[in-house]
Design a protein around this ligand. Structure first.
Ligand code: KIV
Length: 303
């Protein structure tokens, strides 16, 4: 296995001009596949509220849910650095609560760092979390937890004032100790200026090619939802098509009685003559039969 990616690896990647590859993951199986595919960073994004839970925003996502998904992703990731998103209202109330919740993501979710949305107004919060030895990734631009304040999911920093404020926010987060910054829904010229102004890496989503790395929601890049195609998303596969086709074939074979065939069925031991089932008395547990055939791992778990 290649060395585990750390926040220091990411800094070196920026210094050497190599792009950082980040993608979201929400469970152990996807984490394993994306890790094997070469991800440097797996983000357990609160986007799970939308793509996993079917909510229309990230706002209902809770700390317990983030801990649960973070732990699953961390089990699947071997090389990639795992970042856990701090959900809405887990860090906005006070730096004290933010440190406690960031600590939960690290201790219970086993992540290597946490991410939070917001600019200079959260510099003290970032500082407090970093002081607790928990690395923090910032997130500027289109920050989905502020959907009501933004009046929708709209590109940010288009005019000069807004662009200046975002640059100042980026510098404030770096100064507060953030080790990297997500730039979401930002004009590419502004993302380039911010990237060139910071020593820490920027990771863009809908922020153009000048960022030090890129992130996409894994379901988007894999083409899981044919109805969702914003400008910044490129589909690198058509899993919606592959899955509906595979599932359709499975259902057809079940209906036709051609699945399961002999190759996918177990056989009784030789000389067994089956009679009507004898009821097993209360509290009696059937022991495995002599020479029982082991199924091995089930449900596609890694072995
Ligand atoms: O929640 C998320 O998935 C994110 C990324 C899109 C950056 O914050």
């Amino acid at each position: 296995m290649k060395d585990k990616v750390t926040i220091h690896t990411l800094k070196r990647l920026k210094q050497s001009g190599q792009k950082i590859c980040m993608v979201t993951a929400y469970d152990a199986t996807f984490a394993r596949i994306l890790d094997e595919g070469g991800a440097d960073v797996l983000l357990v994004g609160d986007s799970l509220g939308m793509v996993i839970q079917g909510q229309d925003s990230t706002l209902p996502v809770t700390m317990d849910q983030m801990v649960y998904h973070s732990a699953a992703v961390s089990r699947g990731a071997k090389r990639a650095h795992v970042v856990g998103d701090l959900p809405f209202m887990s860090y906005q109330v006070s730096p004290h609560e933010a440190v406690r919740n960031a600590g939960r993501l690290v201790a219970e979710g086993n992540v290597g760092s946490v991410k939070l949305e917001g600019g200079a107004e959260f510099a003290d919060t970032v500082r407090a979390i970093v002081r607790a030895s928990i690395p923090v990734m910032g997130h500027l631009g289109l920050t989905p937890q502020s959907v009501h304040k933004m009046g929708g999911y709209v590109v940010q920093g288009r005019d000069e004032d807004a662009a200046r404020r975002m640059l100042d926010d980026a510098l404030a987060l770096e100064e507060a100790g953030a080790y990297a910054l997500v730039l979401e829904g930002v004009p590419l010229e502004l993302a380039r200026t911010i990237t060139q102004s910071l020593k820490i890496p920027t990771i863009g989503i809908g922020a153009g090619k000048h960022c030090d790395g890129q992130v996409l929601v894994c379901y988007d890049l894999l083409g899981m939802n044919p109805d969702f195609k914003p400008k910044f998303v490129k589909r690198f596969a058509n899993l919606h098509g592959n899955i509906t086709e595979a599932a359709g074939t499975y259902f057809s074979e079940v209906r036709a009685g051609t699945f399961p065939d002999e190759d996918h069925s177990f056989k009784a031991n030789k000389n067994v003559r089956l009679v009507a089932a004898t009821p097993v008395g209360p509290g009696v547990v059937d022991a495995p039969a002599e020479g029982a055939e082991k199924v091995g791992a089930i449900y596609g778990a890694p072995v």
